[in-house]
Design a binder for this molecule. Structure first.
Ligand code: DGL
Length: 248
């Protein structure tokens, strides 16, 4: 099974489909291989060693498949983009650097709020990068929200309760920009907007742009390392996604 020339789009689960959606629109003739590492989701509450070892397994498999590039459609994984670039002979695109550039172009007051996983917040990767643009970041560790997306439970009162617990102080920070620094969070955007007031919401972006892959077939293949039925249930917002199981 070789996916020569495909662009891999990788997330711990279904959140990265929000990035895939933009990539498919922007580059309709690229072939994409979406990989949900659902059997190891969530990443955001794991240790650096655990996340890195999963990313290595995935990168090794993608190298064997001869994909042309890897888009890390996950902020938590993007923390390790530099390590992966050093270790593997493949282009890796992260979501953090381009998103910070977009944030810098969006904020006027230079006070922004970051909603991200516990790991991304703990890594301080956003705040360190944004301070170079003179931007102050107030971070909210929101790993508690990820399972509601993965379990297709965003419309439950438990999800509302978790949002209230995680975001109750958000309206007090006076940020003019709120970063959805986890690719699962656009799926909760309407609910998150109840806490953002007049602030602009910035969703993650990637700066992937195709080289020779452009003249291909516009095909997308979906894999999950977890349960196929559960992954498809969680990805109902992306009806095109029909997953096959991948054992890595
Ligand atoms: N979608 C991932 C991100 O952007 C995180 C979800 C998880 O914790 O696995 O960080």
């Amino acid at each position: 099974m070789l996916f020569d020339g495909f662009v891999a789009v990788v997330d711990s689960g279904v959140g990265g489909l929000t990035i895939l959606n933009n990539l498919q629109t922007e580059f309709p003739r690229c072939d994409f291989l979406y990989l949900a590492d659902s059997s190891h989701c969530p990443y955001g509450t794991k240790t650096a060693t655990e996340i890195k070892s999963r990313l290595r397994v995935i990168a090794e498999w993608l190298t064997l498949q001869r994909v042309s590039a890897v888009v890390l459609a996950c902020n938590t994984a993007s923390v390790f983009a530099e390590d992966l670039r050093r270790e593997f002979d493949m282009p890796f695109y992260d979501v953090i650097v381009p998103t910070c550039k977009l944030v810098a172009a969006t904020t006027v007051t230079k006070c922004v709020a970051l909603l991200a996983t516990d790991f991304t917040v703990g890594s301080k990767i956003y705040s360190k990068r944004l301070v170079q643009f003179g931007i102050e970041t107030v971070s909210f560790a929101c790993s508690s929200l990820v399972p509601f997306v993965e379990n297709n439970a965003v419309k439950t009162s438990e999800c509302d309760f978790a949002l209230q617990k995680a975001l109750r102080d958000l309206p007090n920070v006076n940020a003019d920009t709120v970063i959805l620094g986890c690719t699962h969070f656009p799926i909760l955007k309407n609910k998150i907007m109840q806490y953002t007031g007049k602030a602009q919401i910035v969703q993650c972006v990637t700066d992937y742009s195709p080289q020779k892959e452009l003249r291909r077939f516009g095909e997308t293949i979906f894999f999950t390392t977890g349960d196929v039925a559960a992954t498809e249930k969680a990805s109902k917002f992306f009806p095109e996604a029909h997953f096959a199981h991948l054992n890595i």
